[in-house]
Ligand binder design. Sequence first.
Ligand SMILES: Cc1cc2nc3c(=O)[nH]c(=O)nc-3n(C[C@H](O)[C@H](O)[C@H](O)COP(=O)(O)O)c2cc1C
Length: 368
Amino acid sequence: MINIDTSTLFAPIVIKGHPVKNRLSVAPMTRITATEDGRATETMSRYYERFARGGFGAVTTEGIYTDQAFSQGYISQPGMTDEAQASAWKPVVNGIKAHGALAIAQLMHAGAISQGNRFRDTTVGPSPIQPKGEQMTFYDGKDRYVLPSTMTEEQIADAITGFAGSAARAIEVAGFDAIEIHGANGYLLDQFLTDYANTRMDRWGGATENRVRLILETFKAVRAEVGANVPVGVRISQGKVNDYHHKWAGAESDAEIVFGSLADAGADFIHVTEFEACKPAFAEGGPSLMRLAKRYAPKAAIFANGSLHNVEQAVAALNDGADVVTIARGALANPDLPKRWSSNIALEEFDPTILGPIANIKETELAM
Ligand SMILES: Cc1cc2nc3c(=O)[nH]c(=O)nc-3n(C[C@H](O)[C@H](O)[C@H](O)COP(=O)(O)O)c2cc1C
């Protein structure tokens, strides 16, 4: 039973002129349930609609690929690369909006950790470095990642253009309210940010200011495409799907560069994710990553993610710099999590078997 004051979780917030009814958002989750050619499906519409019906103030989609070259990461991942893919999102967006939730499209380029791409047999990244870890079996992967080739200037420009064009289609064709650029978790933009994955000697590599450049250039291109009134945010993390425990070598000074430059660029929101959002980002006893994001980007709305399905932790996050709490596994187990918290109903435990043998959406979930 909930014995604490949860009113802060249910206070509305306005993000770039868009009212959001509470501080609870579904975190992005890849569920590989699109058609083979990357169109969102009816199953996906039913899946996403449940979260909005369940009271979430915002729903962020899974990572959507952005071009017909190197961006796709997974077989059956949805894309936003042409009219057909963008139109297929319309019913999903309508279902989310029908319940008054903000619909946020997460745009993602998999880069060196792509493990399924119908457009290319090879991968690209900042540098020809073997990615750590192994492909994810629940996304049909096996064995090690392929060795990427170094992105040329032209390929970098194409990747940026892919994000910008997809953002425009997401807003204008699909009807999304907002864009989240996936700059986290080991995908292309985070590969550029990561010291050991990016050994470039040009303006895209070296100092943190250079390694963050691709995130900023992507942000600016998206902003230029969607205009000043559309909320545009960036997701940032230290840990990666293929390297959970990575920490920024520059610690707080890296945080200042990353969040400060996003603030300067005009990010409307920054979505920080850590395994446990409330823990210190670096040294024991130090500030959390969400606190640092708020410190260096005070005007951006800070979305915080990571083990916040416990209501005490969710409230604590709002007291530690977060403006919105995002929930992934807890939302899979409880698509109606906000309604449960507001009515004092206990949550169901997350059952990882939902994601097996592969992570596609299961019929049993749609009944929830
Ligand atoms: C099945 C699954 C798929 C995920 N896919 C994505 C994704 O597409 N994009 C992303 O940024 N994070 C993705 N994540 C990470 C979640 O957004 C979140 O950071 C992580 O689950 C921790 O939050 P939680 O403690 O609320 O589960 C995924 C997580 C899960 C469980």
